[in-house]
Design a protein around this ligand. Structure first.
Ligand SMILES: Cc1cc2nc3c(=O)[nH]c(=O)nc-3n(C[C@H](O)[C@H](O)[C@H](O)COP(=O)(O)OP(=O)(O)OC[C@H]3O[C@@H](n4cnc5c(N)ncnc54)[C@H](O)[C@@H]3O)c2cc1C
Length: 941
């Protein structure tokens, strides 16, 4: 392995070079990072002279200076730039340098390396060999093709003897490029190949995240941890070894110990190889040592670092072995190790799938999905299961179409067999893992153990040495992961869990208690905390270019075996109605359909019109209808985030929609802080609120038979299609809580079961807010009778067809219509359409408000001096949360009068449309509003 010298002046240059050559580097590279004026000591010629004075002739033969045309450029005269370069070449040759690396340098210039090579007149015998740079890692295929064409042109000049490969992390792209270079070597057999690698460290990854290097393409998974980056680097080195590429270490090494540690981390023998000792012998000629193929033994024959937890110990580089077997040290055929990619219920896609890419670049891949018969309380509801079924069908099709691969499905029962070694191992693992709050039911435990056991079994059956997956942010999902990790690691199987379901990692977002330009946990403080938490979201990645199959496919169950949204088996054994078929008929569930829907919305006017039309339930295309695609991960949030950004629309036009994705993140943040929020009020004292237990009212609401057309239309639409417009969700939620006085938990449960986009975090956040116990208590009440979300009446006519004949002005409140109008429309209230279940809206609301005030008055410990609710964060801090003016109490439990002349958040946002009040269209748009006086967030377009 060669090494790059890190130096700032002559002295450090000499010291570092000596050290590297003494510890066994096969040669050193001296970068050129400044003009002569900027750093005269490290200008190429000066640096060579300093080294020549300190090193032996043999050592100088191993020095490769870089020469950048960016820093050695005479802007006015290309001929003068060429003369300078040729003079440098002659000087280098006189100092025994055998090889130089000519680069254009960043930015564009007319006299670049290609132009220089074309213009070169200095004969080969008067100069060192010239190497050029090549980047295999451009994510864009067209850019890769351009890079190849340019390389061919450089080689055609006849002046190039070596190619230096840029650093990157996509091993598949690297392998493709190496195959291309092998072809070129057929024409130019003397070509030498060198390839850069980093030595991953926390500091380096942090630096690369915050200040990415120009032209260096490192994936999010590479940057995610030292562990992952080291594994990828090992794979890169495998590929280099297979193709005779000499590695160049581009990280600073300051001591013999660091050199040893570096070799060890990169899976190279920690000992200085015997062959290298000749390089340390000043009398020996270093030339042979730098020849490709003579460098170090192929990686597969080197001892590997056993402690690297995710480097598959016995995996061979894919190109070097037959797909089915590889010869082990004994020469006996052993199965090739593969990686399992464990698909979850929220990442059912091929594109922008970090675990899939990472696994594919590491070797053979076995994609799998596990659906245990017994699952936690907050596992998917019926409608979401129907979506999942189609999403899995489509994923399996995509894997088949693009890679001739498969999706291995498993539906373990988990019960019964006490002698099952996998179940026993998983149960033992489970007993070592602490149960997180929010995931403590027996069914969740069964899910965790059964899933872990099945992954162990799959790993055995497919000879997997690593399992890759996306992290879940739900408490039960996290519990499953923790048990899986413990079980797999117990068997020496590496686990790589990656981010991908959100724009920001909830655990990285720190929201200090108190007012931060908004109450704790509300959108704007959260957004600012996200921005502080680290780099902004990175661009989505394409699906892997290629994927190798495992050497043996484990058996897969049929999709039907998962019994997702399966029709019920009735008493007597007959099968009930397939309720989901009609609901799913209206949806095309695939990754391609998700991408099309996004493009149609973003490019087809939906996004541009969102600010004005988003509350209109009666206008097709007013909102994106992307929620289920996002829920199941068929659309990655990063894809949507960047599609909106790239749309080129003015910030004012897209800001509300762009924030929707941050609301999504905010919900997961809330769930991470309050894992019990699906059923327990975040404002703890609200648990003593007295709700109505009127089961018939709840049923009328669920079935869309309340006699309020807007509510009924929404609930029927939900039942029929699995989806409801946001403004209508707010109307029906408001109705259930404010007028029926029924607990938000009942509403949340119903939505969880009937929404195709049911998302535990979002659903819980929205219902908690509607039920007043959430972080951002709704500061409005939506009228169930104004129909402001449906001014044309088209929505109600579609979903409540028995009222279709009514004129629009009476459609949303038919009880106010004259008898003749009703009769002309064929409507008979109480017969063709129900009477209102709440005849007096203001009176009904007075009852629920009184119950709330009673609860608050009996919990004055949670009432601060301003009358606001107090909550306790897991950190132990207490913070005030927004509380509606009408709920604020004095210290003695009396209603607190509004501060005179106040234009605070409460009064500014308060919108009361109970009873006959008229809600404006914007009344439904809580998400669009922010409290006053907030700083603009620069990067939040
Ligand atoms: C009581 C209630 C329950 C809800 N339950 C869910 C749920 O289980 N799953 C769900 O995805 N959404 C839920 N929402 C939020 C919202 O109604 C839906 O996301 C939205 O209607 C989906 O339609 P769309 O894709 O056309 O949204 P758009 O308006 O086009 O928004 C684009 C995307 O932004 C996200 N988004 C939009 N609004 C919100 C929000 N308020 N909070 C978080 N993310 C948001 C969604 O992913 C959505 O697909 C709920 C809202 C209410 C009032």
């Amino acid at each position: 392995m060669r090494a790059e010298v890190f130096a700032k002046d002559t002295q450090s240059l000499v010291t570092a070079s000596r050290l590297l050559l003494s510890v066994g580097a096969r040669g050193i590279n001296v970068p050129n990072k400044a003009t002569v004026a900027q750093n005269p000591e490290l200008a190429p010629a000066a640096a060579l002279h300093s080294l020549a004075a300190a090193l032996s002739t043999t050592e100088m033969k191993g020095v490769c200076p870089h020469y950048s045309l960016k820093f050695n450029n005479d802007a006015r005269d290309p001929a003068s730039t060429l003369r300078r370069f040729e003079a440098f070449c002659e000087e280098a040759a006189s100092l025994h340098v055998r090889e130089i690396l000519l680069v254009s340098g960043s930015g564009s210039r007319s006299f670049d390396s290609l132009a220089c090579l074309k213009a070169l007149t200095l004969p080969a015998e008067r100069r060192p060999a010239i190497g050029v740079a090549f980047n295999p890692f451009f994510p864009d295929r067209a850019a890769r093709m351009r890079e190849r064409a340019r390389l061919r042109q450089k080689l055609n000049t006849g002046a190039v003897s070596a190619i230096w490969l840029q650093i990157g992390s996509d091993v598949l792209l690297l392998r493709e490029a190496l195959a291309f270079l092998a072809e070129l070597r057929g024409v130019h057999p003397a070509l030498r190949l060198y390839g850069s690698v980093f030595l991953p460290s926390r500091k380096l990854l942090a630096q690369l995240k915050f200040r990415p290097w120009n032209g260096v393409f490192l994936s999010a998974e590479y940057l995610s941890s030292v562990e992952v980056a080291s594994t990828i680097t090992c794979r890169v080195l495998d590929a280099y070894a297979t193709h005779g590429v000499e590695p160049l270490l581009e990280s600073a090494v300051r001591s013999r110990a660091e050199w040893r540690a570096a070799r060890e981390q990169l899976g190279l023998s920690p000992d200085i190889p015997a062959a290298l000792s000749t390089a340390e012998d000043p009398a020996a000629d270093a030339t042979e040592a730098t020849e490709p193929g003579l460098s170090e033994p192929p990686l597969s024959k080197r001892p590997r670092r056993q402690s690297n937890p995710i480097a598959p110990v016995d995996a061979e580089p894919a190109a070097a072995v037959s797909p089915a077997t590889s010869a082990g040290a004994s020469g006996a055929a052993a199965p090739t190790a593969c990686s399992l990619v464990w698909f979850r219920t929220f990442d059912i896609r091929l594109a922008d799938h970090a675990p899939l890419r990472a696994a594919a670049s590491a070797g053979p891949v076995c994609p799998c999905f596990v659906w245990p018969a017994r699952r936690g309380t907050w596992s998917l509801g019926g409608a979401a299961q129907a979506w999942l079924r189609e999403a899995l069908r489509s994923l399996a099709g995509g894997l088949r179409e693009h890679y001739s691969s498969r999706l291995v499905l498993r539906a373990p029962s988990g019960g019964g067999d006490a002698s099952d070694e996998y179940l026993a191992a998983a149960a033992a693992a489970s007993s070592k893992v602490a149960v997180p709050r929010g995931a403590d039911c027996a069914a969740a435990e069964a899910e965790a153990v059964t899933t872990a056991a099945e992954l162990l079994r799959l790993a055995d059956e497919s000879s997997a040495r690593a399992v890759y997956w996306h992290r879940s942010y739900e408490p039960e999902g996290q519990r499953v992961e923790a048990v899986v990790r413990e079980a797999l690691r117990g068997r020496g199987i590496a686990c790589v869990a990656m981010a991908g379901a959100l724009l920001y990692e909830p655990a990285a977002v720190h929201c200090p208690a108190g007012w931060q330009g908004g109450h704790w946990g509300t959108l704007m403080p959260f957004l600012r905390a996200c921005e502080r938490s680290g780099p902004p979201p990175t661009r989505p990645t394409e699906r892997p270019v290629a994927m190798q199959p495992p050497c043996a496919w484990p058996a897969s169950g049929a999709l039907e075996d998962l019994r997702l949204a399966a029709p019920p088996v009735l008493s007597g054994g007959s099968v009930g109605r397939d309720w989901s078929a009609a609901m799913m008929a209206g949806w095309e569930v695939s990754e391609a359909a998700a991408a099309r829907a996004m493009e149609d919305f973003v490019g087809g006017g939906g996004l541009a019109g969102y600010e004005a039309r988003r509350s209109r339930a009666d206008e097709p295309g007013a909102v994106s209808r992307l929620s289920a695609f996002l829920r199941f991960g068929q659309l990655s949030p990063r894809a949507l985030h960047f599609a909106v950004r790239d749309a080129g629309l003015p910030r004012e036009q897209v800001k509300t929609f762009a924030r929707r994705l941050h609301w999504r993140d905010l919900a997961s943040f809330h769930l991470s802080v309050f894992p019990e929020m699906p059923w327990r009020p975040i404002r703890a004292h609200y648990a003593s609120h007295e709700w109505s237990g009127d089961a018939s009212a709840l049923r009328a609401w669920q079935r869309g038979n309340t006699g309020f057309p807007m509510v009924d239309a929404g609930m029927r639409c939900l039942y029929a299609t699995g989806w409801m417009h946001q403004s209508v969700r707010m109307v029906v939620a408001s109705f259930l809580i404010e007028y029926l006085g029924i607990s938000w938990v009942d509403g949340a449960r119903w939505f969880h079961d009937t929404l195709v986009d049911a998302d535990l975090a979002i659903n819980s956040m929205m219902w908690q807010n509607a039920g007043r116990s959430g972080i951002d208590q709704w500061n409005f009440v939506l009228s169930p009778e104004t129909g402001s979300q449906d001014p044309s009446g088209g929505y109600v006519r579609k979903w409540v067809p028995e009222l279709a004949g009514l004129p629009t002005k009476h459609l949303h409140a038919p009880w106010k219509a004259p008898a003749a109008t009703l009769s002309a429309a064929g409507v008979e209230l109480g017969a063709t359409y129900p009477h209102r279940i709440v005849p007096d809206l203001p009176a009904a609301r007075r009852i629920t408000v009184a119950a709330l005030l009673r609860m608050r008055a009996s919990s004055l410990d949670f009432n601060d001096a301003g009358g606001y609710d107090l909550i306790t964060l897991p950190t132990g801090e207490t913070t005030r949360v927004f509380t509606k003016q009408e709920f604020r109490l004095t210290a003695s439990g009396l209603l607190k009068p509004p501060p005179s002349g106040s234009r605070g958040r409460g009064s500014a946002r308060s919108r009361h449309t109970s009873g006959g009040g008229r809600a404006s269209g914007r009344g439904a748009q809580l998400q669009g509003k922010v409290s006053t006086g907030q700083k603009k967030i620069s990067s939040f377009f």
